[in-house]
Design a protein. Structure first.
Length: 175
């Protein structure tokens, strides 16, 4: 798949995958702008993600997330790091794939668990012990993988560094 600079690139995967970090590096290597969907939501609402979760709950946040994503799709450019739960339904997956290249960073559960245990800024997992977190990761992956697996490109997120995953994505884009 040849990467066309006019075609947007969308990164999906579970929270803890490193979509934002990897997305910044993919964008830099391809000389494209980078956008993080969560940062876009915070910018547009004037509120941090945990505050939105607290005030509106997950369903309220997902509605804001969906509307922000749809607005972005009117003029997609560069690389967009989606939130872990952004692919909420088939319609959104189809819209994204019609707007650019969807890339799934498939990260093993053990790596996600290790990274997320250290996280203090994610409202969906605050206060969970290791066992609860492991079960939540499994549940969310089961719900989301049918959407993730529709990506144009699937790369492993098992690498020890974001540079390796970034290079895997670049290689797939320039095939």
């Amino acid at each position: 798949m040849n990467q066309n600079n006019n075609q947007a690139i969308f990164l999906c995967g579970m929270m803890g995958t490193g979509k934002s970090l990897i997305g910044k590096h993919v964008a830099r290597k391809l000389n494209l702008p980078f956008t993080d969907l969560d940062s876009q939501i915070e910018s547009e609402t004037g509120k941090k993600i945990p505050q939105i979760f607290e005030e509106k709950g997950e369903s309220g946040f997902r509605e804001i997330e969906k509307n922000t994503l749809i607005n972005y799709l009117y003029d997609p450019k560069g690389v967009l790091a989606l939130g872990g739960g952004s692919l909420q339904n088939q319609e959104l997956v189809d819209l994204i794939k019609n707007s650019g290249i969807l890339i799934f960073i498939d990260t093993p559960n053990e790596i996600l668990l290790s990274r997320l245990k250290k996280s203090r800024r994610r409202p969906m997992i605050n206060g969970l012990d290791t066992d609860q977190l492991k079960k939540l990761i499994e549940k969310l992956l089961e719900e989301r993988k049918p959407f993730y697996n529709q990506a144009n490109i699937i790369v492993s997120g098992a690498a020890k560094s974001y540079e390796i995953t970034t290079d895997l994505i670049i290689k797939e884009l320039i095939k």
